[in-house]
Design a protein around this ligand. Structure first.
Ligand SMILES: N[C@@H](CCC[C@H](N)C(=O)O)C(=O)O
Length: 281
């Protein structure tokens, strides 16, 4: 099985080309490929499949040739992955599998068809409109932090740190406890603290994330989008840009005057190889 390894601000993926949807990509195989000791290692898998060849995406085939079939590192399926989408587009372009039109390059995802724009080393994705909808809490060890639920196509809980709690001090080796009544399908939890102003943006925060199905990761694009939406709302801004610093680097979230929500950051391919599924399973 051919694979490529790539990442977006340290959120890393095993990219598997399967243009005709022939692969039996079981949860066990995904988890084995993502295993950092016995497999290739990654926060998730991006299967590159033609929309027309995938039952969940066939309806999008007229709008987007390619479908990003995203899986978390535990093998579970998620609706959307912002960094994954940006890395997926880098792969399509690098392999000559797609050419962006004047309006950008559309890609089918479980959250719908999303348009991407290619920059110099960066990929900018027009995301689904984040919906900030409920208050809830996350508990890490003895600490319970209030937060707000945000739907970015997948579920998030954005928790602002106050009262001197330091972001760096949080132990995210275990999933933060959440309210299953608010998040019946689990949740990605972001912890956020304010940061010094950055020129050219309207706000700057630092965050760490514990991802559903992947554990603590060095970055999460939909998490940054959720955090950016809450930061703009808290600043009373209808439009603007928020710089979001994660352990793996910086993402910029922008809400533009046309109502578009954009996620921008680097997307990098680092290696190609071949793996024997029987050897990792
Ligand atoms: N890292 C991703 C999000 C991946 C999916 C998430 N773990 C979930 O289960 O919803 C991103 O960059 O958005």
């Amino acid at each position: 099985m051919r694979f490529t390894k790539g990442h977006g601000t340290g959120n890393d993926f095993v990219i598997i080309p399967d243009p005709f949807g022939e692969l039996d990509l079981t949860a066990e195989l995904v988890a084995a490929l993502c295993d950092r000791h016995r497999g290739i290692g990654g926060d998730g898998v991006l299967r590159v499949v033609r929309s027309a060849k995938h039952p969940e995406a066939a309806g999008f085939a007229a709008e987007a040739e390619w479908f990003m079939d995203y899986r978390n590192s535990d093998g579970s399926i998620a609706e959307m992955c912002g960094n994954g989408l940006r890395v997926f587009v880098r792969y399509l372009l690098d392999r000559g599998l797609a050419t962006p039109g004047p309006e950008g390059l559309p890609v089918a995802t479980r959250a719908g068809v999303l348009v991407t724009l290619i920059g110099d080393g960066t990929v900018r994705a027009r995301m689904t409109t984040p919906r900030v909808y409920a208050g809830s809490t996350a508990t890490v060890g003895a600490l319970t932090v209030p937060g707000v639920a945000v739907d970015t196509g997948n579920p998030h809980l954005v928790c602002g740190l106050h009262d001197g709690t330091e972001l760096a001090a949080l132990d995210l080796t275990h999933p933060p406890l959440h309210d299953p009544a608010v998040f019946p399908h689990g949740v990605n939890v972001e912890f956020v603290e304010p940061a010094e102003p950055v020129e050219g943006t309207d706000g700057h925060v630092r965050m760490r994330v514990h991802e559903r199905g992947s554990g603590e990761t060095r970055s999460c694009g939909t998490g940054a989008l959720a955090v950016g939406a809450v930061a703009l709302r808290d600043a009373g801004l209808a439009t603007g840009s928020i710089a979001v610093d994660l352990p793996g680097g910086r993402l910029v979230v922008t809400h533009d005057a046309d109502g578009g929500w954009w996620l921008e950051g680097p997307a990098v391919l680092v290696a190609d190889g071949e793996v024997d599924p029987a050897a990792v399973l």
